[in-house]
Design a protein around this ligand. Structure first.
Ligand SMILES: NC(=O)c1ccc[n+]([C@@H]2O[C@H](COP(=O)([O-])OP(=O)(O)OC[C@H]3O[C@@H](n4cnc5c(N)ncnc54)[C@H](OP(=O)(O)O)[C@@H]3O)[C@@H](O)[C@H]2O)c1
Length: 287
C-alpha cells in the first residue's frame, strides 16, 4: 500500500503492483482522529505501508502562511499513519530526505550515515525530521533519499527533465556547482522499496537509498544529461548556489551512505546507467 500514489515515487510503486491511495481518499492535513480512522480502513490487509506523500515544495515551505500545512503533512501525519499501520499489523516505511542533514558533514567528504545526527537547514527538512522521529517512535522505518527524478516517461518536471528540455530547446543553462549529491531515479527507488516490502521480518530503523556511483554536483549532473542526449556538455556553465538565491537554504553536501541499504536489500543501480535508461540514451541494463 502506498500513500501519495500520484507523486513521483508513488506512481512507480503503483506500476510495480502496489495498491495506491491519493489525496482525495487520504488527505494528510485531516485532523489526526479523522486521518487515523481513514488510515485504519485503508491499511487493513496491507503487509507494508509506504508513505510517499509529502509537502515537497521546499521553497514554498518557508512561507509562514504554509507552515501549518507543511507541519501537518510532513511532521504530524507520519506518526498517525505509522500508528494505524501498526494497529492493523502492517510494517510502515516513511520516505524522508537528505535535507534533514546540515550543509556540511563533520569530516569533509564523509557520506551521511544512517545514525548521524540530523540538523536541518530549512522548514521542509525540519518537518521531515519531525516525521522521522514520529515514525521511529512507533516502530516504523525511515528511508531517506535525495535528488529524485522521473524523466520524460512520467508527467511533471524534475531537474533531469528540465535539463533535457533546455538541451533540446538550445538553451545553455548556468547550474549550481557547489552542491554535491547522488541522483535517484524514481523507478529504481520504487523497485528498491518493493524489494524491501517483500523481505521477511523486522526492517532496520533507518536506511538510505540513492542510485550508486561517484557523487556529482547539479552542474555535473546537468552536463551528463546533455552528454547522454548527444548535446555538448560544455554548454552547461557552472555557477555557485549564491548566484541562485532562494527562500530555503540547501545543503552543500547531500551524499548519503548506502551501506545499510546494501546490507538489507543490495546494491542500487548506478546513477549514470539510470540516466541512460531514463533518457533512452543508450544500452544500460540495470546493474
Ligand atoms: N523529489 C525529491 O527530490 C525528493 C528528495 C528527497 C526526498 N524526497 C521524499 O520522497 C518522497 C516522495 O517524493 P516525490 O518526489 O514522489 O514527491 P511528489 O512527486 O511531490 O509527490 C508527493 C505526493 O504527496 C501528495 N501530497 C501532498 N500533500 C498531501 C496531502 N495533504 N494529503 C495527501 N497527499 C498529499 C501529493 O499529492 P498531489 O499529487 O495531490 O499533489 C503528491 O502526489 C517524499 O517523502 C519526499 O519528501 C523527495
Amino acid at each position: 500500500m502506498v500513500t501519495g500514489a500520484a507523486g513521483q515515487v508513488g506512481r512507480e510503486l503503483l506500476a510495480l503492483g502496489a495498491v495506491g491511495v491519493t489525496r482525495d481518499r487520504l488527505d494528510l492535513t485531516a485532523p489526526p482522529g479523522a486521518l487515523r480512522e481513514a488510515a485504519l480502513r485503508l491499511f487493513t490487509g496491507a503487509g507494508t505501508v509506504v508513505n510517499a506523500a509529502a509537502y515537497t515544495a521546499v521553497d514554498a515551505a518557508e512561507d509562514p502562511a504554509c507552515r501549518s500545512t507543511v507541519e501537518a503533512v510532513n511532521a504530524v501525519a507520519p506518526g498517525v499513519l505509522a500508528e494505524a499501520a501498526a494497529e492493523v499489523g502492517a510494517r510502515f516505511v516513511q520516505i524522508s530526505t537528505d535535507y534533514v542533514f546540515p550543509g556540511v558533514p563533520p569530516v569533509p567528504g564523509r557520506e551521511w550515515r544512517v545514525d548521524d545526527a540530523v540538523d536541518p537547514l530549512n522548514v521542509y527538512g525540519l518537518t521531515k525530521a519531525a516525521g522521522e522521529d514520529a515514525t521511529l517512535a512507533r516502530g516504523g522505518t525511515v528511508v531517506r533519499t535525495a535528488w529524485v527524478w522521473s524523466g520524460p516517461h512520467a508527467p511533471g518536471r524534475d531537474f533531469v527533465t528540465t535539463m533535457a528540455d533546455l538541451a533540446a530547446r538550445g538553451v545553455d543553462p548556468r547550474v549550481v556547482d557547489d552542491q554535491t549529491g547522488r541522483p535517484t531515479y524514481a523507478p529504481d527507488l520504487a523497485a528498491g522499496l518493493w524489494a524491501l516490502s517483500q523481505s521477511d521480518g523486522v526492517l532496520p530503523p533507518v536506511l538510505h537509498y540513492t542510485n550508486s556511483g561517484a557523487p556529482v554536483t547539479w552542474c555535473g549532473l546537468a552536463r551528463e544529461v546533455f552528454a547522454v542526449l548527444g548535446h555538448d556538455p560544455a554548454r552547461v556553465a557552472a555557477c555557485t548556489g549564491d548566484e541562485w538565491p532562494s527562500p530555503a537554504r540547501r545543503p552543500d553536501w547531500s551524499v548519503l551512505d548506502l551501506s545499510a541499504w546494501r546490507a538489507a536489500v543490495g546494491e542500487p543501480p548506478s546513477w549514470t546507467k539510470a540516466l541512460r535508461r531514463g533518457l533512452g540514451g543508450g544500452v544500460a541494463p540495470v546493474d
